[in-house]
Ligand binder design. Structure first.
Ligand SMILES: NC(=O)C1=CN([C@@H]2O[C@H](COP(=O)(O)OP(=O)(O)OC[C@H]3O[C@@H](n4cnc5c(N)ncnc54)[C@H](OP(=O)(O)O)[C@@H]3O)[C@@H](O)[C@H]2O)[C@@H](O)CC1
Ligand SMILES: Nc1ncnc2c1ncn2[C@@H]1O[C@H](COP(=O)(O)OP(=O)(O)O)[C@@H](O)[C@H]1O
Ligand SMILES: [K+]
Length: 500
């Protein structure tokens, strides 16, 4: 699990590393520059002309290290130093002195110098204006520089952070629009929020050897999941296991015309390792579930077309409810009865979430530690609108606390919140999964894990990561455009294999 720290904590981490490791700040900067260049040389052809725009702080210092190193690798490099009111950092000055080819370094200290600076013949622009030290809204000359960079057609790469972006709070003003951001040591909270994709682009973390112990002891509520975290939670099968002790689940899903949701969830639940599944369906839909998910038993509703009669949950380890059930009044009543009789945590998705939003008194009936899996539209119905994605995250944390349960807010970097305020962001998954039914697959998977005895938070973490990992394997074969929800189910077995 990678910790996500605030800008202030990162400054303290840098300072602590310099104080306590046998490394000087200028050598740490060299290491950061080397890490950047090592990535860069593997991804950018040497025939490209590279423009590097530097501020006069340590982010600009990184830019100067990068310039010097890229020259040694025979890239054609141009450097612009943007000078404002702030004075040079010591390590910036040291690195400016280390550049032998001074004629490649241009200065921009006023509008006139800016207008005579031509970025257009650069194939790649590297932004080293501001990093984590950004302390205020960018205005004046610096803002004009960022706008000019954004206006070019060059491939744009940000060093550590796109200039102008606050890493731990909402940003205002002009921000560099990177195609790619290579960030040092730790992921940054802002990178995980959809509203910042336009600035951050795709991103990757490179390690620069900041102090491990300091990171371990730093206090944070935000984490990025890694494969090894999930691997550590996975339960092995035992020789004498039988279907009865690999979990019994009840899935209440589907309605006339929306049986796909039930089939996808049921099939995903079985592939995720469930021992026994009962799928509760409207009477007219019995044949279809029996034909399409033969591993599942069926429980038949009193109504032909939708969910109206609550099945017994006795002897059931976990219930998943919601995909495709519709919003009829009788369905609401049956759902209410289900909540009243449930003592164990439930997995609540899709229409069942909308029923909760439409009838907030039902929220009081949710068993503690239940798992809700809204997409942003469903989440908005539950909590109302948000001012920005940081606000959305706060609302998610508060809602988890309010219901005493786990909220899985789906999307790229799905966020999982628990009542104690911790947030786990997913690192698997891809845009190919933005297709009908992929959420139903997730519901089946999380229900399956919950029934198999995973703690609710673990079921959510493993389910979300495994779902994304299966999607990542599927996309290699199927491609982003053609991938469909059933493909995710087909790739659960190799995804498990990889994790083990
Ligand atoms: N320290 C380390 O060990 C390592 C650090 N590393 C690198 O250092 C980066 C952090 O460096 P940093 O702290 O120097 O801050 P940075 O992002 O360059 O900006 C600060 C400068 O900008 C100015 N300024 C701020 N906001 C402004 C605004 N809106 N408009 C105008 N000016 C503004 C501010 O001026 P001041 O506020 O003091 O007036 C100051 O001059 C980090 O992202 C990483 O790249 C790596 O080398 C690894 C080792
Ligand atoms: N761009 C994306 N990157 C990664 N995962 C995605 C992306 N878009 C969607 N997903 C995943 O696909 C699923 C979509 O769920 P949902 O919106 O409920 O779909 P449906 O209602 O059609 O089943 C979620 O698990 C989500 O995290
Ligand atoms: K930058």
């Amino acid at each position: 699990m990678l910790k996500i720290l605030t800008a202030e904590q990162i400054r303290a981490l840098d300072a602590h590393t310099i104080m306590n490791e046998p490394i000087t700040s200028v050598d740490l900067m060299e290491r950061a520059g080397q890490a950047f260049v090592s990535w860069f040389c593997r991804h950018v052809d040497v025939v490209q002309t590279v423009g590097i725009i530097c501020g006069t702080g340590n982010n600009g210092g990184d830019g100067l290290v990068i310039a010097r190193l890229l020259l040694t690798y025979n890239y054609k490099v141009k450097v612009w130093i943007v000078r404002g009111e702030s004075k040079e950092s010591t390590d910036f000055t040291a690195n400016l002195n280390r550049i032998a080819t001074k004629h490649l370094v241009n200065e921009i200290s006023n509008e006139q110098e800016l207008s005579s600076s031509d970025f257009t013949d650069c194939h790649v622009l590297i932004d080293a204006l501001f990093g984590t030290g950004l302390s205020r809204k960018v205005v004046g000359l610096q803002e004009a520089v960022i706008k000019k960079m954004n206006d070019t057609t060059a491939y744009k790469i940000a060093v550590d952070v796109p200039s102008g972006l606050q890493i731990d709070k909402p940003s205002i003003g002009t921000i560099f629009k990177a195609d790619f951001t290579l960030t040092f040591q730790l992921p940054k909270l802002a990178f995980l929020l959809p509203e910042n994709f336009q600035y951050v682009g795709n991103w990757q973390v490179v390690r620069i050897g900041l102090d491990k112990k300091f990171i371990e002891t730093s206090d944070t509520k935000h984490f990025l999941l890694e494969k090894k975290d999930v691997k550590a939670i996975l339960k092995p099968r035992n020789k004498f296991d039988h279907k009865g002790n690999n979990g019994k689940a009840l899935l209440i899903a589907g309605s006339y015309g929306k049986m796909g949701a039930a089939i996808l969830a049921a099939r995903a639940a079985m592939r995720t390792g469930l021992g026994l599944l009962t799928t509760h369906v409207p009477s007219a839909c019995l044949t279809i579930i029996q034909n399409s998910a033969p591993e599942s038993m069926a429980s038949v509703d009193g109504h032909e077309h939708y969910f109206t009669t609550t099945p017994s949950c006795e002897d059931i380890d976990a219930v998943g409810v919601g995909p495709g059930i519709g919003l009829h009044n009788e369905t609401k009543r049956a759902f209410e009865k289900l909540l009243q009789q449930s003592k164990k945590p439930l997995v609540v998705d899709a229409d069942a979430i909308t029923l909760l939003a439409n009838h907030p008194s039902l929220l009081l009936l949710l068993p503690p530690q239940s798992i809700l899996t809204p997409h942003p539209g469903e989440f908005r119905r539950l909590v109302g609108d948000w001012a920005n994605d940081f606000d959305r995250l706060e609302k998610q944390k508060n809602f988890s606390k309010q219901i005493g349960g786990i909220v899985v807010l789906k999307g790229a970097h799905t966020s999982i919140t628990s009542p104690n305020g911790k947030v786990y962001f997913n690192s698997s998954g891809n845009p190919g999964m933005a297709t009908a039914g992929s959420g139903d697959v997730l519901t089946g998977m999380i229900m399956s894990l919950l029934a198999q005895g995973y703690k609710p938070l673990d079921a959510a973490i493993v389910g979300v990561f495994l779902h994304g990992w299966a999607g990542d394997l599927a996309v290699r074969k199927m491609g982003e455009i053609s991938l469909i929800a059933s493909d995710i189910i087909d790739f659960i077995p190799p995804a498990y294999h990889d994790l083990r």
